[in-house]
Ligand binder design. Structure first.
Ligand SMILES: C[S@@+](CC[C@H](N)C(=O)[O-])C[C@H]1O[C@@H](n2cnc3c(N)ncnc32)[C@H](O)[C@@H]1O
Length: 428
């Protein structure tokens, strides 16, 4: 492999693709933790953090063979019953004091593949949210989806309703690889949808994946080039994680798919995206995003109220939660008048400190004084050994005010965050 970018020193054997403090690690909800959660919902929300409302549609028409998300295939008549239950669950939250005193700046129809809803169902759900929650006047509405589910009329209706942005799972514009990973439409259709959305005034953010089987640096370079030609407003670039149990993991193991490139090549692909997007006027933000959307550079939404079968991004106050799946189990819980929560994590102070260091993962600096005001000690006191180690490796830099990632640390930022989530040796 030829090395195009110099800053690739191998700090870790393998780049992590998944951050700490996520649903995969939450404990099962217990009657006590659920009661604590309900008690919290009965209090006023006094935080000024930005908040997001995330109704969750778990269904897809086809499972991409790499997908590690808890999605399910849609079958006839499932959507109607599901949406009824989803709205019941949203209403239950909306009636609590905590949510009545929360203003949401973003509504994000996520999943799964929300684009498989009909136009009426989509607009019905969005207007339900606007009627039942305090949504700020300058709110943003984003709808996730696959390009094969959209057509001109649906896009026009969404744009007329006031949707701001489509988040499209494009993954790659290479038709051979699209076929290998089970994407349903051809690149040409994906491109047409992006152009149509733009004509109708919608912003387009696309998901692109790199280090897919058979995807060389050259193919990845063409994917980036195509994104630029299509003038997308942002691109979320994900390195493929081969997750146990996915079809792709089996196909790689049996040799049905060509092997993926090694860590060095994967790092080169990240650096290629970094360099080409930057040269084209995009800035990096969030976990993997290259963007020219000003709103992407605001403080992130710290609280996420969501609900839906398999929804896993719940974050309210000190609580993080996951909803039960599949959809039948979710609907049953709702109809029994129960919260549909299956996993519920209550953050300890150590978790809260580790989570504050996670700002590095979304490429934001950690302000030392803010940390001290919140936890009574500086990050260097809470994470002495870890900070020394990361600084020595050239992954972070520290001054009087803040802790930031270095250029090298940017490449390894997931690994950096895992270091802060582990029990600390010398914490005082
Ligand atoms: C929740 S999915 C949304 C998928 C939705 N159906 C769509 O088409 O937009 C968000 C993104 O996660 C990424 N993703 C899914 N599985 C992945 C994996 N195994 N490794 C890396 N990224 C993955 C894909 O880029 C996907 O578009």
């Amino acid at each position: 492999m030829t090395t195009k970018y110099a800053e690739t020193s191998v700090v870790y054997e393998k780049a992590m693709h998944w951050p700490p403090y996520t649903y995969r690690d939450y404990p099962k909800a217990s009657p006590e933790s659920l009661q604590e959660f309900m008690d919290m919902l009965a209090t006023e929300n006094t935080s000024n953090d930005r908040k997001e409302l995330q109704p969750w549609i778990p269904f897809c028409t086809l499972k991409c063979n790499f997908c590690y998300f808890p999605t399910e295939l849609i079958s006839k008549n499932k959507m109607g019953n599901y949406l009824e239950a989803l709205k019941k669950s949203l209403s239950r939250y909306a009636k609590t004091k905590y949510i009545k005193t929360s203003e949401f700046s973003e509504v994000y129809l996520a999943g799964g593949t929300p684009s498989i809803m009909s136009t009426d169902q989509t607009i019905g759900l969005l207007s339900f949210c606007e009627k039942n929650f305090d949504i700020s006047k300058d709110r943003e509405i984003k709808v996730t989806g696959c390009t094969h589910d959209f057509d001109y009329n649906k896009l026009k209706a969404l744009s007329e309703y006031g949707v701001d942005q489509l988040d499209l799972g494009v993954q790659t514009f290479d038709d051979n690889i699209r076929r290998l990973v089970n994407l349903r439409d051809k690149a040409r259709n994906a491109e047409e949808m992006i152009k149509t959305a733009h004509k109708l005034g919608l912003r387009v953010s696309i998901d692109l994946m790199y280090n897919l089987p058979g995807q060389s640096l050259k193919v990845w370079g063409s994917d980036i080039q195509r994104a630029l030609e299509l003038d997308v407003e942002s691109a979320d670039c994900y390195a493929l994680e081969v997750y146990p149990g996915t079809k792709l993991a089996q196909q790689l193991q049996s040799g049905d798919l060509p092997p993926r490139a090694d860590q060095g090549a994967e790092t080169q692909m990240y650096l290629e995206a970094n360099s080409v997007f930057k040269a084209a006027g995009y800035e990096k933000t969030c976990h993997n995003r290259f963007s020219r959307i000003p709103e992407d550079f605001q403080e992130p939404c710290m609280e996420v109220l969501g609900t839906g079968a398999g929804f896993f991004m719940g974050n309210l106050g000190k609580f993080s939660y996951v909803d039960i799946a599949p959809s039948e189990a979710y609907i049953e819980k709702i109809n029994n008048g129960e919260f549909p929560i299956s996993k519920l994590s209550v953050m300890s102070t150590d978790d809260e400190m580790g989570k504050m260091m996670m700002r590095l993962y979304i490429r934001l600096p950690v302000n030392k004084q803010e940390f001290k005001v919140r936890f009574g000690k500086l990050p260097e006191e809470a994470f002495e050994a870890t900070i020394n180690k990361l600084e020595k490796k050239g992954l972070i830099e520290i001054d009087e005010q803040e802790i930031r990632l270095t250029k090298l640390g940017d490449i390894w930022r997931y690994n950096v965050c895992w270091e802060f989530s582990r029990p600390q040796e010398n914490s005082s």
